[in-house]
Design a protein around this ligand. Structure first.
Ligand code: GDP
Length: 504
C-alpha cells in the first residue's frame, strides 16, 4: 500500500513508540525513524454514535478486543491475509477528551459472571494503531512497517439531535418542541410540564427559580418519554438527556415556551431570559461540539435500534426514518447548510448498523438489513441527500445467543438460545439471569416494505429479550498466547468497509 499523507494535524503528533520499534542502533537514529514513521502514518478518525443504549460501548470494546487479541481470526479473512498485521493501543492525540475506558469495559465482560459494561454518557476517544509488513522497498530497507492510526471517537447520538437547533430561533424551536410534547404519543409523559407552562405564561417576569423549575420538569418529560416510548422521535436538546460535563450547568436552564416570539422581544420577561439561555446553549455547547469533534471525522458508524422500531410498528419506523434523515443531513449537509461551512471535509464512508441482531435467528439477519436499507433510502430521499458511501448491516457486536431450530408438527420455529437478563419475561415466564432459555422472537417480514405499511398485519408476538453477555471460551489463537473468543455478527464487515481502502 502506498503511504497516504496524514489526513489531519494529529497525525503529525509523535505518538508513543510501537511495540516493534527498533531497539538496536543508535538512539538518535531510532528517534529519527520513529519521527518519520509518525509523520508518514495516516490517521482515520472514526466516529461511533447512536442513541443511548444502542450498543456503542460494546461495539468499540469488541473492535479493540478482536483486533488487539486477534481472537477473531477465523472470521476476519480480509485482515488475516495481511502479512504481519498487529494492532495495539497508543496514547490518544487529544488531551482534552476523556479516554474511552476500554480496559474497564473489557474486564466487566470477562468477569464471572460476565456483565455488560457501563454505557456511553459523554464523548471519549481511543487511538488504535494497525501495523503490518510493508511491501514497499524503502520501508523494508529502513525496517519501517506500514501503519495506520485509527482514532475512535465515541459520542452520544443525542448530541446530533441538536444540529437542528442551529437553524432555529428560540421561538421556532419552542413551537416545534411544544407541538411534539402535545402529540398524542408524548403528551401523557409531558403532562406535568404542560401544566406548569399553562400556569406560568410567557410574559411572566424573568425569574431564575421559575427557569430552574421549568427546565427540570422539561428534562423529566424528555427522560420519561425516552424511557416509556423509546421508539418515538428522538427528542432534544441532547445535553438535557446526556449532559456530559455540563451536569448542573446554568446553560441547561431553559425550556420551550408558547408565544415565545412576541414575549422574547420584551425585556426582563421569562421568555427573554430563556431565549438568551437558548442562544448561549447553541453558541457555547452545540457549535463547539460540531467544530471541535464532528467536523474532524473521516468515517462514521451509526448504531440504530431497528428491532425496537420494528416492534413499535409502522409509526415507530416512521420516527426512525425521521431520525435517520436528521443524521444523514448532519453527515451529508447541503451546500447552503451551516454545517457545510464548518466541515472542510466530509465523512467519506458511513455504516448504519442495526444492533443486537443476535436477538433474532441468523436467518432473519438479511431481512433486518433490508428493513434498515429501506429506512435509510427513504430517509435519504426525505433529506434530499445522496446515499453514496453508505452501507447498512445487521450487527451483533457481541453475540449473546446461539441459533436453534424447534420443530413443532409441520412448523419449524427459528429461535435463539441465551441466558435472559434477570427480570426479563416472555409469556408470563420470568427469568432469573442464570438459566438458559430458548426464545422464539418472531419472523421478520420477508418484504421490507411491509414493515413500513401501517395497514399491513404486524405480528404482535415479537419477543425481543435482553440477554446476559456470553461466557467466552478461551482459545489459543495467537502465537502470543490464549485469547478469549469474541463471538459477533458483522464486526469484520464494518472494519473492511470503513478501513479497507487504507489497508493493503
Ligand atoms: P451505549 O449506550 O450506546 O454505549 O450502549 P451499550 O454498548 O452500553 O449497550 C447497551 C446495552 O445493549 C448493553 O448493556 C446490552 O444489554 C445490550 N447490547 C449491546 N450490544 C449488544 C449485542 O451485540 N448483543 C446483545 N444481545 N446485546 C447487546
Amino acid at each position: 500500500m502506498l503511504a497516504t499523507p496524514p489526513t489531519n494535524p494529529s497525525a503529525h503528533t509523535p505518538a508513543a513508540r510501537s511495540p516493534t520499534a527498533r531497539s538496536t542502533g543508535s538512539s538518535s537514529l531510532t528517534r529519527a525513524q520513529d519521527y518519520v514513521a509518525d509523520v508518514l502514518t495516516p490517521t482515520v478518525r472514526l466516529g461511533v454514535t447512536g442513541l443511548s443504549r444502542s450498543g456503542k460501548t460494546v461495539l468499540i470494546t469488541g473492535l479493540v478486543e478482536t483486533l488487539t487479541n486477534r481472537s477473531a481470526d477465523p472470521s476476519y479473512a480480509r485482515l488475516a491475509g495481511i502479512p504481519g498485521l498487529r494492532a495495539y493501543l497508543e496514547p490518544q492525540p487529544d488531551d482534552d477528551v476523556p479516554r474511552f475506558q476500554y480496559e474497564e469495559h473489557s474486564s466487566a465482560l470477562a468477569g464471572t459472571p460476565p456483565a455488560w459494561p457501563e454505557s456511553t454518557r459523554r464523548i471519549s476517544q481511543l487511538r488504535l494503531t494497525l501495523e503490518w509488513e510493508s511491501s514497499e522497498t524503502w520501508r523494508q530497507w529502513l525496517g519501517m512497517p506500514a501503519r495506520l492510526h485509527v482514532d475512535i471517537v465515541d459520542y452520544p447520538g443525542e448530541w446530533l439531535i441538536d444540529l437542528a437547533m442551529m437553524g432555529q430561533s428560540f421561538a421556532e424551536w419552542s413551537e416545534a418542541a411544544l407541538t411534539l410534547a402535545r402529540s398524542p404519543a408524548l403528551s401523557p409523559h409531558a403532562r406535568p410540564f404542560l401544566q406548569f407552562l399553562a400556569d406560568v405564561g410567557a410574559t411572566a417576569a424573568a425569574d431564575e427559580q421559575v427557569a430552574i423549575a421549568g427546565a427540570s420538569l422539561f428534562t423529566s418529560y424528555l427522560a420519561e418519554a425516552r424511557r416509556r416510548a423509546p421508539a418515538e422521535a428522538a427528542l432534544g436538546p441532547g445535553r438535557f438527556l446526556l449532559p456530559g460535563d455540563l451536569e448542573g450547568s446554568p446553560q441547561l436552564t431553559f425550556f420551550p415556551l408558547g408565544d415565545a416570539a412576541r414575549a422574547a422581544e420584551q425585556p426582563r420577561t421569562l421568555a427573554s431570559l430563556l431565549a438568551r439561555r437558548y442562544d448561549s446553549y447553541r453558541a457555547n455547547v452545540v457549535e463547539p461540539f460540531f467544530r471541535a469533534h464532528f467536523a474532524r471525522l473521516d468515517r462514521q458508524i451509526v448504531l440504530v435500534d431497528a428491532l425496537g422500531a420494528l416492534n413499535g410498528g409502522a409509526e415507530a419506523l416512521a420516527n426512525l426514518e425521521r431520525g435517520l434523515a436528521g443524521v444523514l443531513a448532519a453527515f451529508r449537509p447541503g451546500r447552503q447548510s451551516w454545517l457545510s461551512f464548518i466541515t472542510p471535509r466530509r465523512v467519506g464512508r458511513i455504516v448504519f448498523a442495526a444492533t443486537k441482531a443476535d436477538h433474532v435467528h441468523r436467518s432473519s439477519h438479511p431481512r433486518l438489513q433490508a428493513i434498515l436499507e429501506k429506512a435509510v433510502a427513504r430517509a435519504a430521499r426525505r433529506a434530499s441527500t445522496a446515499g453514496a458511501g453508505v452501507r447498512c448491516i445487521a450487527l451483533a457486536a457481541l453475540r449473546a445467543t446461539e441459533d436453534v431450530e424447534k420443530v413443532t408438527g409441520s412448523e419449524t420455529y427459528r429461535c435463539v438460545r441465551g441466558i435472559p437478563l434477570p427480570g426479563q419475561a416472555v409469556a408470563g415466564r420470568a427469568f432469573d439471569g442464570r438459566k438458559p432459555a430458548v426464545v422464539f422472537p418472531g419472523d421478520l417480514p420477508a418484504d421490507p416494505l411491509d414493515a413500513f405499511e401501517p395497514t399491513s398485519a404486524r405480528p404482535e408476538h415479537y419477543n425481543f429479550v435482553r440477554f446476559m453477555p456470553p461466557e467466552r471460551s478461551v482459545q489459543p489463537w495467537s502465537a502470543g498466547g490464549a485469547a478469549r473468543v469474541w463471538p459477533h455478527v458483522g464486526l469484520d464487515e464494518i472494519i473492511t468497509f470503513l478501513l479497507g481502502d487504507h489497508l493493503p
